[in-house]
Write a protein that binds this ligand. Sequence first.
Ligand code: NDP
Length: 268
Amino acid sequence: MTDRYAVIGNPISHSKSPLIHRLFAEQTGQDMSYEAIEAPLDGFAPTIRRLRDEGYKGCNVTVPFKFEAYALCDQLGARARDAKAVNTLLFQDGKILGTNTDGAGLLSDIENNLGFKLMWKDALLLGAGGAAAGVLWPLFNAGLGVDIANRTLDKAQVLAEQFKGAGTVHARTYEDLAGRKYDLVINATSSGLKDELPPLPEGLFKPGALAYDMMYGRETPFMAFARKQGAALVSDGLGMLVEQAAEAFQVWRGVRPDTRPVLEKLRT
Ligand code: NDP
């Protein structure tokens, strides 16, 4: 019988995950299906329990449910425990197991696909939601100092407190960023979904800097801002999406697909 998987989010119609997993399944000869399911904003947990009870094998979780997914799990992997956010669920013997592949996906894209060296660099992470939480530990692990800026400062402060043992980290307001410069600026806000730009000051990018928007599928206001401000490298989050999907696929199927042909196909 075909094993069923899904991605759960709200909104979800823009998601490329079903196509990516279909290409992975073809490449590795796995008998599986993968669909996009929109959960009501107040109905995430019942949706997940229904999928588990209907015999689905696992699912991905995206905006805005990653913290709720963390709270729902019976068992957590180390990456999910660090992040307190979950993007990959595995249903096993009636239990919900959770992990987080966002950080590994981001690092793999930045270092392997974009060829950007992270060691000893200064990073600014915009946003303090599930995606930001998922990538913080791997960023510290790669040797970066990280400033976290968020519209709602409290949430950035909670993250900075949570990760203060892991490396140099500060919570900042957007006003605080005036006069500061970074090698790497990651937009982990969902501002691009509404074609909005976080209120960033000018002069944010050091020479050689990478501006990375986790959003994908179109040029975002953040990417346009970064180009205008002279960032040396500007990338959307399509590579991260493919790499985090490959990590999730490995968790579910025990095999890591080759991401390069899939990324090339999506880019064309
Ligand atoms: P959450 O809903 O958990 O968090 C959203 C964050 O965006 C919050 O910090 C929020 O600030 C901030 N925000 C929203 N709108 C604005 C705005 N107009 N200006 C400034 N800040 C804003 O979402 P996630 O963290 O799960 O996802 C964030 C984004 O990352 C999404 O676009 C998602 O698609 C993308 N993503 C991409 C991945 C990839 O593989 N490429 C993987 C994971 C996520 P506040 O706290 O003040 O509300």
